[in-house]
Design a protein around this ligand. Sequence first.
Ligand code: SIN
Length: 293
Amino acid sequence: MRIIPNNSGPGARVEGIDLRDPLGADAFRTLLRALGRYGVLCFPGQELNATQLAAYAGRFGTLEVNVANLFHAEGHPEIMHLSNMKDADGKMLGLNDAGQGWHTDMSYSKDIALANVLHAKTVPTRDGHSLGDTQFRDMHAAYEDLPDEVKQRLEGRVAVHDFEKFWDMMRVRPGSIRGPLTPEQKAKKPPVEQPIFRVHPVTGQRVLYCNPGYAMRIVGMDPVESDAMLDYLFKHQAQAKYLHSHHWSVGDVLMWDNIGTTHNAVADYGADEHRFILRAQIMASLDYGALAA
Ligand code: SIN
């Protein structure tokens, strides 16, 4: 297995591994450490079905079943389909607007996510270029670069994160098929408090854990001050030096760290430019510090 860091920003490419094969203890540790260090790992040229993807992702923790419980692979509620494609009867084959806006998956949940694993089966292209990038920002570096005064002011502070914030942002976008959250769905996802700075379980370093998709307000701060501080943190993390854009190819498996990065799915492709991706989400359910040691 070879791990080749990207030239700039977060991310690395992992070659010489077939993810259909069982992952030995050494390879597992190497990949876990690489996930913490690089934030985004691309495994090109893979060919996994839903069962194999669930087996690989499931090595890293419990797999989440999405609250919307829509568009999953047959027999695998933990493997979601992200797609703008339709079947012969015009029925959507997948969720067509997942993650279109900067966010961190599961920051709205008491139990947070370690990582996501996506596998591209169909990638939209135009004039020979792939569309529908997934973009990432490095929250280790964003924390490091904060002025000491801001670090001191926010150390130990928590922010409220709300699932409904991002859901409603998606709902108002043209072509969205999302309805309002039902009372049952809302009851399953009440707002939660998250530390603004979190110690990453693999690297042991602090990350900025406060994303524009879900963070609503800083607890115990005057609302005007809280809005201004969140605005500052969101602008700070949006600097180009923290960015990596993944240009998809068919066969890519992309695994990203949901604690040390934020991400955004770029909606730059049309209805007839087809995208089909399998997605698993890994909850932070294991002792990663011990596993990475
Ligand atoms: C996601 O946020 O999980 C979706 C990312 C993508 O479709 O590129």
